[in-house]
Design a protein around this ligand. Structure first.
Ligand SMILES: Cc1cc2nc3c(=O)[nH]c(=O)nc-3n(C[C@H](O)[C@H](O)[C@H](O)COP(=O)(O)OP(=O)(O)OC[C@H]3O[C@@H](n4cnc5c(N)ncnc54)[C@H](O)[C@@H]3O)c2cc1C
Length: 312
């Protein structure tokens, strides 16, 4: 791809999740003809889940993939261009910013990074095939599907305990499986979890397989001290062993925290003027569709003001 006008855009948005399409909607309505590069996951993480019941405006819930399609349609309706392409290198040292992709190179007067984050996987057999059919990385999202069921939670940090406690609202039992014999989570959370009648702990143990054909039926556990293997029947497994922001390509270009989340101020501005970040790429805290979309909209409003101030 060569440097044609089509490849030099006023606003380039990396990512097609809730943050990306919300940013695109606002930039398009400001008549800036934004370009969205989708990455490998059109619709983002939201598109991976069967139903989303906590996005405002859908009292009956909405399919995750369907919501992604609606976001895209609305953004395109106002003039967003969408390309199925993945950014793999950026140069933000001068403007226009340069973004190399699998298909070529784009130049952008301003850039909105909405590349999201990916939950760290256990990488065990059955984990990918039973995703959405028992395997989940989001209790807030999927917990309600496990009413009166048995679930397993993997992890020993704050998220594992917070989400495990949340799951007790629905599940009859929550078994927390942890690799060590002590938790990393804060003391108050530990106390609440240990005292909860629905929560049991299995220590020094790893999940080595998720079993089930149509839906999850059990997990295989391995005691890391004795090597003994056991099967534990359960309807769901919630994995909270960490999140990785998809920000590798911005290392050395944008200021990040020690976990790789892009640092932004309250206006979604990064360390480089004209570059904004929104959604899970910049947010280790909320990780929801509505919060990510809100940040995306804010980033686009700010990028629009930046470009307007420049053009006088
Ligand atoms: C199984 C599951 C169920 C969930 N259920 C709910 C729910 O019910 N309710 C809720 O509020 N939240 C839910 N969440 C969380 C929600 O999906 C996320 O908070 C939200 O999608 C984050 O939006 P985002 O736009 O920041 O990033 P993401 O959705 O992660 O999207 C990132 C986008 O960036 C693209 N990308 C990545 N790297 C590049 C690159 N180099 N170049 C170009 N593009 C790139 C990806 O292809 C993707 O399109 C769920 C998450 C999961 C995993």
């Amino acid at each position: 791809m060569t440097e044609t006008n089509g490849n030099h855009v006023k606003i380039l948005i990396l990512g097609s999740g809730p943050a990306g399409f919300a940013a695109a909607l606002y930039a398009a309505r400001a008549e800036l003809a934004p370009l969205v590069l989708t990455g490998n996951q059109l619709g983002g993480q939201a598109a991976l889940t069967y139903t989303i019941e906590n996005y405002p405006g859908f009292p009956e819930g909405v399919g995750g993939a369907q919501l992604g399609e609606l976001f895209q349609k609305q953004a395109e309706h106002f003039g967003t261009r969408v390309e199925f392409d993945l950014a793999n290198k950026v140069n933000l040292s001068a403007r226009p910013f340069r973004v190399q992709t699998e298909a070529g190179e784009y130049l952008a007067d301003s850039l909105i990074v909405t590349t999201g984050a990916s939950p760290i996987h256990l990488n065990v057999p059955g984990e990918d095939t039973l995703l959405g059919r028992g395997v989940s990385y989001c209790a807030t999202c999927d917990g309600a599907f496990f009413k009166d069921r048995k679930v397993v939670v993997v992890g020993g940090g704050d998220s594992a305990l917070e989400e495990g406690l949340f799951l007790t609202r629905y599940a009859t039992s929550v078994t927390i499986v942890h690799r060590r014999d002590e938790l990393r989570a804060g003391a108050i959370l530990q106390k609440r979890a240990k005292e909860h009648p629905k929560i049991q702990f299995v220590w020094n143990t790893a999940v080595t397989e998720v079993l089930g054909s149509d839906k999850m039926e059990a997990v295989r556990l391995k005691n890391l001290q004795s090597g003994d293997e056991t099967l534990l029947e359960a309807d769901g497994i919630f994995i909270f062993v960490g999140h990785t922001p998809n920000t590798e390509i911005f290392k050395g270009e944008l200021k990040m925290d020690s976990h790789g989340y892009i640092e932004v101020d309250h206006l979604m501005q990064t360390s480089v003027p004209g570059v904004y970040a929104a959604g899970e790429a910049a947010d280790p805290h909320f990780r929801q569709v509505v919060t990510s979309a809100g940040m995306g909209a804010a980033a686009a409003i700010q990028a629009t003001r930046f470009l307007e101030a420049e053009s006088g």
